[in-house]
Design a protein around this ligand. Sequence first.
Ligand code: AHM
Ligand code: MG
Length: 323
Amino acid sequence: MPLGTTLDRYILHRQNAFAFATGELSQLLRDIALAGKIVHREVNRAGLIDLTGDMGLQNVQGEAQQKLDVIADIRFRRALTNGGEVCALISEEEEGIIFTGNNKGKYVVAIDPLDGSSNIDVNVSIGTIFSIYRRVTPVGSEPTLDDFMQGGHEQVAAGYILFGSSTMLVYTTGHSVNGFTYDTSVGEFILSHPNIKTPQNGAIYSYNDGNLNAYAEPVQRYLAACRERQYSARYIGSLVADFHRNLLKGGIYLYPPTAKNPNGKLRLLYECYPLAFIAGITGCLAVNDTEAILNIKPTSLHQRTPLYIGAPAMVEELMGYLV
Ligand code: AHM
Ligand code: MG
């Protein structure tokens, strides 16, 4: 599809490429995009929320003003419930499974509605991360934990929305990874980054230096080698933004384990799996200390894992240090 194609047209084109496609996944992706546009609006007026708060701490719908991550959670939940294709979702913002009531829906979604909590209130890039599975429980029945515990290889689609200097939706249904930039003047996501591939090698490394002394010695030695070569250190502290930059430019992102947090910080189901799914298709590698992220067996909704993700040559070199 040519550059400048709208997301809706692109989704339709992909759907038509498959004789048996029913359009349900297409509708789900459109629902996510719609919620993304609404969250874009909320993110962009975030600095003004306190001003409108003067009018009684309520918005036009009469809802109390809330923090952006809660607003994003509500928006995505609403869009996925109203769309009808999703029978249940899990969110970083909620402990348990969220049932939409659409037991006829064939899909479940794992989502971090607004990731990068330390950046949300200070006007720095943040993002949404999502992962989609076809349910394994019978259509019409109540969804269960099994629908979410399928493992990373079973994702049928995954993506992220980066609220950065522009807003961008990047997603895949398993064939290619494509990026759509939001054009606010027409209210559409426009194909701007078709078939994204990452460089084989890179010279950017991204990690929280404040934790350096708590990392295992091999990770410290790898990072020392990066510094020795005068690679660029870049760390926003928003996974989506750090991953996206490294994906396009070539780099590695690390969130290693520490003695205090032996599983690191990041969540497997709605942070690491979706980015690892995208990573694989773009040529990146995504691993923890012992295995590929997509091979990790899920055991609980909010489980954590260390994450090393980025240009294949860089991740392979790090793995050489870890063995
Ligand atoms: P969050 O889900 O609470 O927002 O935390 C996830 C974020 C990632 O976006 C980011 O890469 C990481 O936490 C930063 O953590 P730290 O501040 O420990 O470096
Ligand atoms: Mg998060």
